[in-house]
Design a protein around this ligand. Structure first.
Ligand SMILES: C[S@@+](CC[C@H](N)C(=O)[O-])C[C@H]1O[C@@H](n2cnc3c(N)ncnc32)[C@H](O)[C@@H]1O
Length: 144
């Protein structure tokens, strides 16, 4: 499964938490998060969030998957280890060599692009789907 763009990690880690919390064993899935912004990914790799970032996380998940240190919430290594984060531009040739994915999620990246670039982005993402019948899960702002 891939999640692009991953930015500071909130969404991709939420997917990992949802899978583990549904008792899906770690060895049954791989998750790759991609973003062009290496600074955002550096932040994502820390897995450290403030109160505002975690305000929508249910209390039982916070206590199970985070450690609170002073005012910050530190994501458990168990979750961080489920996710690979890579700096990639989806339009660069190396993006296509990442492999094929069963599910692709993309929220709020297309909002940056003009109509023609949105179509190109969609084609690139579709080319990475292992099963072309699977949908790509875009955000509601990613209108075509
Ligand atoms: C508005 S943020 C969305 C982050 C997150 N998905 C969300 O919904 O909050 C858009 C992200 O798209 C990334 N991005 C923009 N163009 C990209 C490209 N060509 N390849 C990969 N990521 C890109 C940006 O670096 C940024 O982190």
């Amino acid at each position: 499964m891939t999640r692009t763009p991953s930015s500071t990690g909130e969404e991709i880690y939420s997917i990992a938490i949802a899978l583990l919390d549904a008792d899906i064993p770690k060895n049954r899935f791989t998750i790759m998060g991609i973003d062009i912004n290496s600074e955002a990914l550096k932040q994502a790799k820390t897995g450290v969030y403030n109160q505002r970032n975690i305000s929508n996380v249910p209390h039982h998940l916070l206590t199970k998957y985070f450690n609170k240190k002073e005012s910050k919430y530190h994501l458990n290594n168990e979750i961080k280890q489920c996710v690979q984060l890579k700096t990639e531009n989806i339009f660069s040739p190396s993006f296509k060599s990442l492999g094929q994915f069963d599910y692709i999620f993309s929220r709020n990246m297309l909002i940056y692009f003009d109509a023609e670039t949105k179509i190109k982005a969609r084609q690139v993402l579709e080319s990475l789907l292992s099963n072309k019948k699977n949908p790509i899960y875009f955000g509601h702002a990613d209108l075509f």
